[in-house]
Design a protein around this ligand. Structure first.
Ligand code: ATP
Length: 359
């Protein structure tokens, strides 16, 4: 693909506040289109709990085919607590996509935007700028839908493979190197529980092998429990972390909390060929349909999409566009925007307008 071709984006709004945060993100991409040489083609497709209610499927085959054909996939949020499979689990096409497209690297950046209050004392002065990489196709989630439950006990099996771990660590070291070139520490911590479980000792061993191939990055080890405590005590000391799926699921909500809330945190699920970009948050049924949802995480996920496309296809203008979205978000918050999510009076439309104006 070149900058002259339209970038084809599969758009899966999903359920709850998913479509509410997707609309401003698309508006912002349209504005980017008007300002840069980039052009986009958006194709919307169904996925999620509402689709399941109507059809008995989490998403149609046509949605999977679209995702396969598109250059990138944007996703709002899927699943509703009130809609469940017969085994009582929620409809989660966002998790299915990770397996279908082998999206092993879940990238969850947490950067405290100046002007946004963090619950951590001192964070305003010292800043937070870290990335958590969550393995997204195995770990405890390998057991999804396969757990065995009897009247007496329940069992789920955690899986760590050499193949996925090697690719995950390679990706993580490269990301740490890239951040180092942009002025960050260049440190990568493997977060595990190697003191208790053989599977995590295996995970750590593969990490150490990868570390030898990347001497420019400071490789560290952290037990997940200590990591959780340190993230709360001194989040400013963290650069890049890489961890197993379930640990990453939990820690990424913690890191989103550090930077103001779920609505602030973007994410990307990246594989060797495909990638899905979606905010860290879920469908937030408690606030859906009220115009209260914070679209910042979704907007920043769209910026991550542009940055990924830039790296993949060598489109310099896409990297510049990604940076301009981040700067516009910073400017909007610097100008006093305060989402309802953390006690302010600004809803979805106000936040979208402020970012668009800053662009
Ligand atoms: P999932 O398991 O799908 O991640 P969840 O049930 O853990 O979902 P969310 O849907 O992310 O959680 O919601 C958690 C809380 O955060 C809710 O109170 C919700 O209202 C709030 N929240 C989530 N996203 C946003 C947002 N974009 N703007 C404002 N509040 C949000």
């Amino acid at each position: 693909m070149s900058a002259n071709n339209a970038i084809h984006v599969a758009v899966l709004g999903g359920d709850g506040i998913g479509p509410e945060v997707m609309a401003p993100a698309l508006e912002i991409l349209r504005k980017i289109e008007a300002k840069s040489g980039l052009s986009f083609r958006f194709t919307e497709a169904p996925a999620g709990a509402n689709h399941y209610k109507e059809t008995g499927k989490s998403m149609p085959d046509s949605t999977v085919r679209l995702c396969e054909e598109a250059d990138a996939i944007l996703l709002g949020a899927c699943g509703l607590p009130s809609v469940r499979y017969p085994d009582n689990t929620e409809i989660a096409p966002q998790v299915e996509l990770r397996f279908i497209f082998d999206l092993y690297a879940g990238v969850r950046p947490a950067r405290l935007i100046p002007g946004v209050p963090s619950p951590i004392v001192g964070a305003d002065q010292r800043g937070i700028d870290l990335v958590l990489i969550r393995e997204s196709t195995e770990g405890l989630f390998a057991s999804m839908g396969k757990g065995v439950v009897t009247h007496e006990d329940a069992r789920e099996t955690l899986v760590i493979t050499r193949r996925t771990s090697e690719r995950l660590f390679e990706f993580s070291f490269k990301l740490a190197e890239r951040r180092k070139r942009r002025g960050r520490q260049g440190a990568l911590a493997c977060v595990d529980k190697a003191n208790v479980f053989k599977a995590f000792a295996f995970f750590r061993e593969i990490f150490d092998e990868a570390a030898q191939r990347h001497p420019d990055v400071k490789a560290e080890h952290l037990y997940v429990d200590a990591c959780a405590a340190n993230l709360v005590k001194r989040p400013w000391d963290f650069d890049v972390m890489v961890t197993e799926n379930m640990f990453g699921d939990i820690l990424s909500d913690l890191t989103a909390g550090l930077i103001g809330g779920m609505g602030m945190a973007p994410s990307a699920d990246i594989g060797d060929r495909y990638a899905v970009f979606q905010p860290c948050h879920g469908t937030a049924p408690d606030i859906m349909g009220q115009g209260k949802a914070n679209p910042t995480g979704m907007i920043l996920s769209a910026a991550m999409m542009l940055d990924w496309l830039a790296g993949k296809h060598g489109i310099e203008s896409a990297a510049e566009a990604a940076e301009s979205i981040e700067r516009a978000v910073d400017q909007a918050y610097g100008g006093g925007i305060k989402p309802m999510e953390f006690g302010g009076s600004n809803g979805t439309a106000d936040i979208a307008r402020a970012v668009l104006e800053a662009l």
